[in-house]
Each structure stands twice: as structure tokens, then as C-alpha cells.
Design a protein around this ligand. Structure first.
Ligand SMILES: Cc1cc2nc3c(=O)[nH]c(=O)nc-3n(C[C@H](O)[C@H](O)[C@H](O)COP(=O)(O)OP(=O)(O)OC[C@H]3O[C@@H](n4cnc5c(N)ncnc54)[C@H](O)[C@@H]3O)c2cc1C
Length: 479
């Protein structure tokens, strides 16, 4: 091993000598990697192929002691730090150029207490790991809709999917977290221990420390849920969206229905003449008895003249993977997102036009359906502010060739700008791309000032800055 020149938060270089690096490696249960080592490229790759960063050093942690060692090392040598959970973040904030990446992806344990209905989850677990272990006992914690997403980043940003309307956001089910703070101390955050930190962790992202374990409350769910897709020709989109909006006005908490608008992939249940034609998909899940689900979904399923209706009983853990094939890692991606209370006609018109002008076959617009139990938590009870939005639009520009960057990014930005007047103004930080650093304050609305206070207390030097950053001090060059 040679001396390494590593990047500081100010973009300067700090030389770390070979004996110092060897001492760190010797002190780890896990592994230390740098450029050229086997596994280095795999460890630095994230979901969004637009992100191609090369950390100077990667510490692949196996436990809290490795995280403590890595944080103390970074402090001592004044290094830029990135923290990687599942590596799914659109902004690519899990990886830094030149600095130290604290890689948690090998820490995947999920331990369930089926009697107490609690789960202890390590930060490298993905949603599939959590669903697998909890559903073995007919239990669940609400998470997101793509099973390869990391539980860590999803939870720290808020977390919602098919079950949030019934069971609350992921953070509403977080009971405690073990956190390595910026000074390398391990603390437990809960409503009784470091409650200010616990408040901020629930929506405030990776700003406050490295979470080494999450404790979640579990709920009975499934194992079968009524779920599936109803696919409509896109020519009917306006009318379908208006009826969708109406049908959801009185939806029970158990019912969640997202819309997906895109060119239809060649799904086996879809007649061949519809493959790669524009469609609108109503994707629904009922978190309750199957029979009650049939009744609750009837109004949605009666809308228009669908091409196909494949709603039926499915294992919950299986339904959680339904969108995985469309959301594989390796493509170039850029997202733009808004929160909406409702879906006004003006928004529907813009979406209609957007799908008729798709720049590529994988570009799509998702509209997440939230509210219900998630809405009944006060906006200042956790750092996550946008409790009263019923719809979260996420414009997914997704493509393969760098030559398509401009067209795809401009398409997403155009929809974002056009729909801005109807949007609430807050935003889900987990859907924000890297160029939205200036939007963080607005994203947190009335909770930003308190987040800043907690940041000043737990990370005054902004060690944890590779995230949707709550700036404790004046922004430095690398922030
Ligand atoms: C295909 C896809 C589908 C998605 N679907 C949903 C959805 O249905 N619902 C939803 O709510 N979100 C969804 N998301 C968004 C998702 O919640 C975020 O991308 C989230 O940041 C992913 O977490 P991660 O651990 O995989 O990411 P990473 O990229 O590893 O981390 C994200 C951020 O969290 C920080 N971080 C990670 N782990 C820790 C830790 N242990 N301690 C402190 N900081 C940490 C990182 O430094 C980084 O800033 C989706 C994302 C993708 C790409």
C-alpha cells in the first residue's frame, strides 16, 4: 500500500501515510479498499449510472465499531465523508470523489421479535431483506415500492409506499436508532434518549450521523394482499385521471393507488399490440381483508375501458417487487418531484402532454398516493413536513446513452416548471436530484429552522454533508 492523497471537504488534498492507513485497516472487522483493489468498482457503483465517483478510500463496515473507526479517521485527517446505505439515492450522495466512503452495504442483518412485534435492522439491508424476514411471521413495516431500495436512506428521508396510508410513513414506525455522531460516539436516539436527534433523523436524511441500527414497530399484514395493475390506453388518460381523483376522495386508509404513465413494457399479460405504446397504469394495493379489498377497489376498477385488469390476491412480499424490473440499476436517471394536495385539471393537462412527448422509451411519470395515517401525524412531530399532500409526482427521466442527457433532463425540468404553480412547495428529499441543493430549505418548510438547530448541535462542522444538506455553517466548495 502507498500513501494516499485524499480529498478534504474544501476540495484540498490531504496526504495520509502508509503506516496510518495500515493501522486503520488493522483496526477494522470489515475491509478497506482503494482504487485498483478487487471490489472497489463494485463498492462505488450506485443505482443511478449518471453518478461515477471515485472515493479515495472505502471502508466496508461490518459493525458499529468500524463506523466509529471510520468517522474518527475522517475527523482526524479532515476528509470529505460519504455514507452509503443501499446506494439508491438519485442524487448519488452515497459516494464522494476523493474522500472517504463509509460503506454500510454489508451490514444486512434483520432480526424480528414476532411477539413484541419489533424488528432491528442494520443499515445495509434493502427493502427485500426487511420484507422477507418480517413477512415470515405475517408482519410488516411500511416502506417503499421498489424492493432493492436501501432501508437506511429511505427511512431517514421519510419512507412511503403501498402501506403508508394504513400504517404511516416508515419514520412513523421507527422506535429508536443507534447513531454514530460526528465526534465518533455511539448514541441511541428515541423519544426518551436524545429526542432532538430522534426528531431530526425522522425525515432529516443523513445530516446528523451514521445510523448503525434501526428499531421498527411491526404490524400484522398479509401474507396475501389484494393488489395489481389496471392498464388504460393513454388516449383516455385525462378522463381516467379525473375519475381516479374522484374515486380516491373517500378511499379508506387500506387502499392505495399510484398511477404510472409511460410506454408499456412487454409485460406477459399485456396484448402485444400495446407493447411500447403509451399507457396509464393504476397500480393498487389494499392492506386488509381480500373481500373488503374487492369492494374498496371496485370504483377504481370500474373507470373507463381498461386494456387489462390484473388485480388479485398476491403475496405482499411478492407485490413489493412488482416494479423492480422497471427500476433496475445501471440506467442514467434524473428526477423532478412535486407534492400536491390534489390533482387539478391544469396538472392533468400538463401530464397528458408530457407523456405524448416522451424523450425515450423508459421515461415515465409516477404519482404516489399518500395521506391517510401518514397525514394524521402533525407536520412538526418529525422533521418530515409534507403531511397533507395526497399525491407526490415523480418525473422519472431514464435513458441509456449520454447523448440523450440534455433531452431527458430538459423534459423532466419542463414538467416540473409547468406544474410548479399547482404544487404545495415542499418536496420529498429522497426524490431530489443533486442539483436541488438550493431547494432543501423549502423542502422542509416550517421544520427547517429546527433542523438547523439540531445540525449545529450534532454536526457543527458539517462532517455529514453528502446528502440533501442542512448547512450548519456557510457552505464550503465541496458542499
Ligand atoms: C428505483 C427507486 C424507487 C424508489 N421508491 C421509493 C418509494 O417507493 N418510497 C420512498 O419513500 N422512496 C423511494 N425511493 C427513494 C429512496 O427512498 C431514496 O433513494 C433513498 O435515499 C434510498 O436509500 P439508500 O439507502 O438506498 O440510498 P443511499 O444512496 O445509500 O443513501 C441515501 C442518503 O442517505 C444517507 N445514508 C444512507 N445510509 C445512512 C445511514 N445508515 N446513516 C446516515 N446516513 C445514511 C446517504 O449518505 C445518502 O445521503 C426510491 C428510489 C429509487 C432509486
Amino acid at each position: 500500500m502507498n500513501d494516499l492523497n485524499l480529498t478534504t471537504p474544501d476540495g484540498e488534498l490531504a496526504t495520509v501515510s502508509t503506516p496510518v492507513l495500515e493501522a486503520l485497516a488493522a483496526n477494522l472487522r470489515g475491509q478497506m479498499l482503494h482504487a485498483g483493489d478487487a471490489g472497489y468498482d463494485e463498492a462505488r457503483s450506485v443505482w443511478n449510472a449518471m453518478i461515477d465517483r471515485r472515493p479515495g478510500l472505502i471502508v466496508r463496515c461490518l459493525g458499529a465499531s468500524d463506523v466509529i473507526a471510520a468517522v474518527k479517521f475522517a475527523r482526524e485527517h479532515k476528509l470529505l465523508v460519504a455514507v452509503r446505505g443501499g446506494g439508491h439515492n438519485i442524487a448519488g450522495s452515497a459516494v464522494c470523489d476523493g474522500g472517504l466512503m463509509i460503506d454500510l452495504s454489508l451490514m444486512k442483518s434483520v432480526r424480528v421479535d414476532k411477539v413484541a412485534r419489533r424488528a432491528w435492522v442494520e443499515p445495509g439491508a434493502i427493502l427485500a431483506d426487511v420484507d422477507r424476514e418480517t413477512q415470515a411471521f405475517g408482519l410488516a413495516v411500511p416502506t417503499g415500492i421498489n424492493s432493492t431500495t436501501g432501508i437506511a436512506g429511505l427511512t431517514l428521508g421519510g419512507g412511503f409506499g403501498w402501506t403508508a396510508r394504513k400504517l404511516g410513513l416508515t419514520i412513523d414506525n421507527l422506535l429508536s436508532a443507534d447513531v454514530v455522531t460526528a465526534d465518533g460516539e455511539l448514541v441511541r436516539a428515541s423519544t426518551t434518549e436524545h429526542p432532538d436527534l430522534f426528531w431530526a433523523l425522522r425525515g432529516g436524511g443523513g445530516n446528523f450521523g451514521v445510523v448503525t441500527a434501526f428499531e421498527f414497530k411491526l404490524h400484522k399484514l398479509g401474507p396475501q394482499v389484494l393488489s395489481g395493475l389496471v392498464v388504460h390506453p393513454f388516449d383516455d388518460a385525462k378522463s381516467v385521471l379525473q375519475q381516479y381523483r374522484k374515486a380516491l376522495e373517500d378511499a379508506p386508509d387500506e387502499l392505495t393507488c399510484w398511477t404510472v404513465m409511460r410506454k408499456a413494457p412487454p409485460l406477459p399479460f399485456l396484448p402485444a399490440q400495446w407493447h411500447w405504446k403509451e399507457v396509464l397504469v393504476l397500480a393498487m394495493c389494499y392492506c386488509g381483508e381480500l373481500e373488503a379489498g374487492e369492494k374498496a377497489t371496485a370504483a377504481l376498477r370500474a373507470i373507463g375501458k381498461p386494456i387489462v385488469d390484473v388485480v388479485g390476491p398476491n403475496p405482499f412480499a411478492g407485490w413489493q417487487t412488482a416494479f423492480d424490473p422497471l427500476l433496475q440499476p445501471g440506467a442514467r436517471n434524473y428526477w423532478k418531484s412535486h407534492d400536491f394536495i390534489d390533482l387539478p385539471d391544469a396538472t392533468i393537462d400538463i401530464l397528458d402532454n408530457a407523456i405524448r412527448t416522451l424523450p425515450g422509451p423508459e421515461c415515465e411519470i409516477f404519482i404516489g398516493h399518500v395521506g391517510g395515517a401518514a397525514e394524521r401525524v402533525a407536520a412538526d412531530a418529525t422533521a418530515f413536513p409534507q403531511r397533507n399532500s395526497h399525491f407526490v409526482m415523480n418525473v422519472h427521466a431514464r435513458w441509456r446513452e449520454a447523448s440523450m442527457d440534455r433531452a431527458c433532463i430538459d423534459w423532466a425540468r419542463g414538467i416540473y416548471e409547468a406544474t410548479r404553480p399547482q404544487a404545495v412547495g415542499t418536496a420529498y428529499i429522497n426524490f431530489m436530484p443533486a442539483d436541488e441543493a438550493d431547494r432543501v430549505e423549502a423542502a422542509y418548510g416550517g421544520n427547517y429552522a429546527r433542523l438547523l438547530e439540531v445540525k449545529r448541535k450534532y454536526d457543527p462542522d458539517n462532517v455529514f454533508r453528502m446528502n440533501q444538506n442542512v448547512r450548519a455553517k456557510k457552505a464550503s466548495k465541496a458542499a
